[in-house]
Design a protein around this ligand. Structure first.
Ligand code: HEM
Length: 251
């Protein structure tokens, strides 16, 4: 996720003057695929120099990725600019971790003006992708609000000790399909992360999760609304911005 607004800051490599976000706890070894953005940027620069920001490329790639996996399509407002710096400490402080409670998730998204509904819809992105064992180990061995056969299944590739970086799909039904199965999983207590299952654990988001689990179109509509809101977060005024020529470093 972005932390200082959508300014491509996550794409910056560490430099001698700042430590970037790539190696902040919530992103280290997790945020990846930077070479894909580099390849796109190289082609865009060849066609039209210094015009399309890395932040816009990232927002478009997110939209296209969702759509290619069967999810909704939407138009992405463009014109974002790229930051000249990144902050590891702020990325660590502003991104919720996998052990977060519902209250923490609501507060941290709220800090970015994203409502609980936005947060619950955006979490549906966990209908695709993988998580490392170290982020769900405690859940599959020690939690009780988990389907027993699902816990056993996941324990198969996530041992009690070792195997920290072993991957498991978030969505046990359709791992690489962008659909509403994430919410069906939550209703069946098959959420992978503690933070996922928090959305359906008897709290304020239960009814909405239930609704998304029954209505793919409601989920798609709310996901798009929330992506537009998150994608519209701007860097705070006064920050210096530019169209970076290489997404990995300031010009
Ligand atoms: C609600 C708070 C959230 C928490 C606590 C959280 C946490 C995590 C964690 C721990 C992973 C696994 C990383 C790894 O194992 O390396 C992950 C993966 C992922 N997250 Fe989230 N996330 C949250 C919200 C979001 C949002 C809002 C989106 C996008 C809209 C998102 C999209 C993804 C995707 C696509 C992956 C899979 C990446 C891959 O397979 O390479 N997450 N998340």
């Amino acid at each position: 996720m972005y932390r200082q607004g959508c300014d491509g800051s996550i794409l910056l490599d560490d430099t001698s003057t700042f430590i970037g976000e790539k190696n902040a706890g919530p992103n280290a070894n997790s945020a990846r695929g930077f070479e894909v953005i580099d390849a796109i940027k190289t082609q865009v620069e060849a066609a039209c120099r210094a015009t399309v920001s890395c932040a816009d490329i990232l927002a478009l790639a997110a939209r296209d990725g969702v759509n290619l996996l069967g999810g909704p399509n939407w138009s992405v407002p463009l014109g974002r600019k790229d930051s000249r710096t990144a902050s590891q400490s702020a990325a660590s402080a502003n991104l919720p971790g996998p052990d977060s409670s519902l209250a923490t998730l609501i507060t941290m998204f709220g800090n970015k003006n994203l409502s609980p509904r936005d947060m619950t819809a955006l979490s549906g992105a966990h209908t695709i992708g993988r998580s490392q064992c170290q982020f769900f180990r405690n859940r599959i061995y020690n939690e009780t609000n988990i389907n027993a056969s699902f816990a056993t299944l996941r324990q198969g590739t996530c041992p009690r000790s070792g195997g920290n970086t072993n991957l498991a799909p978030f969505d046990v039904q359709t791992a690489d399909g962008f659909d509403n199965a994430y919410y069906q999983n939550l209703v069946g207590q098959r959420g992978l992360l503690h933070s996922d299952q928090e959305l359906f654990n008897g709290g304020s988001q239960n009814a909405l999760v239930q609704q998304y689990s029954n209505s793919p179109s409601q989920f798609s509509a709310d996901f798009v609304t929330a992506m537009l809101k998150m994608g519209g977060l701007l860097p705070s005024s006064g920050t210096q911005t530019e169209v970076r020529l290489n997404c990995r470093r300031p010009n």
